[in-house]
Every structure is written in C-alpha cells, then in structure tokens.
Design a protein around this ligand. Structure first.
Ligand code: FES
Length: 178
C-alpha cells in the first residue's frame, strides 16, 4: 500500500480552497484536482488521504472521484487520450478513431503502453459534439474532427515531447464563416 502525504505547501493550498466555500464538502472536487496534480492519480489511497485531510467520510470522496472520468482512479500514462464514443462522435466515426489509436499504440482502450507514455480511454460526451469525432488529451487539449492522419500527427508530436494545438470550440461555426 502506497503512502501519500501532502506537503506543507499543499496543505496551505487546501486551507485556502476550504476558505472559499461555505462547507467543506464543496472543497472535495478542487482538492481532488490538487491531489491528482500532486500524485498523478486519485487511487483509493489518495482518496483516503483527501478524506482524512478534509475530515470527510471516505465514501463521500470516493463517490465524487468515481463519478467523473476526469479523476484518474489508477496510475495512467503521461498522456491520457480520451476518445469520445458517445452518440455524435460514435456516428461520426469515434470508434474507428479509437481502434486506429489501439492499433497504432498496440494497446486496448483502458490500457497504458509499456513505456508509460500513453493511456487510451473511451469516454462519454466531452461537450464538443459539433466537432465530432473528437478527443481530449490529459484533461486539457481538445483535438476536434479526428481523422487517422490527425491522430498519427498527434502521437508523433507527443512522442517528440511537443504539444498538439488546442482546438477551441467556437460559439458559431467558424468553418463556414471564415
Ligand atoms: S458526443 Fe462526442 S463530444 Fe459530445
């Protein structure tokens, strides 16, 4: 069983987070984010640390952590490729994109490459349905309108240590008005 502890600086950050909310329960999500940044995941041991630090039942923290795919309940690769396979992305080829990544990286959805560089996940709607099929990289960069070629470019860029461009979601269809 791994032992996790917050540093004095992190504990001060947690106190600052708690002070922003009327109840300590409301601090659960930002403190889970802080913990994930610190340890790379929020597995059962990290969830227990968060619960103990906040003085909350472990069941409450576990319920929040397991509700959101964005919280990693186990160790992941350096880059987590969340491919949306929900309805709009599904009918636009989301599973084809997922299978392309699986073939390219030699792993299945839910697995991590042996070098620890990539984890592939099939996820629910990421709120960018108009740009389907799409994926998000490590809870950050959005890559829209996926194609196999685009996925290969993303993998090549990440392997070289680069970062793919974030593709924002516009409120109007810029592709037609540009
Ligand atoms: S269905 Fe894929 S982003 Fe909404």
């Amino acid at each position: 069983m791994a032992t996790y502890v917050f540093t004095a600086e992190q504990l001060a950050q947690i106190e600052a987070i708690k002070s922003r909310y009327p109840s300590v329960q409301s601090a659960t999500m930002p403190v889970l984010w802080l913990a994930q940044d610190a340890f790379g995941h929020v597995d059962a041991d990290v969830q227990q640390l968060v619960a103990d630090t906040l003085g909350l039942p472990a069941s409450h923290v576990h319920g929040v952590a397991t509700f959101y795919t964005q919280y990693y309940k186990e160790k992941k690769g350096k880059h987590v490729l969340d491919v949306c396979t929900c309805l709009s992305c599904h009918i636009s080829g989301g599973y084809d994109m997922l299978h392309h990544l699986e073939n390219r990286l030699g792993i299945k959805a839910g697995e991590t490459t042996p070098d620890g560089l990539f984890t592939i996940q099939s996820v629910e709607c990421l709120g960018a349905c108009g740009y389907a099929p799409m994926m998000q990289i490590t809870n950050d960069v959005f890559v829209n309108e996926l194609t196999p070629e685009k996925l290969d470019q993303v993998i090549d860029t990440l392997k070289k240590g680069g970062s793919p461009d974030f593709e924002p979601i516009g409120l109007v269809n810029n592709r037609e008005t540009a």
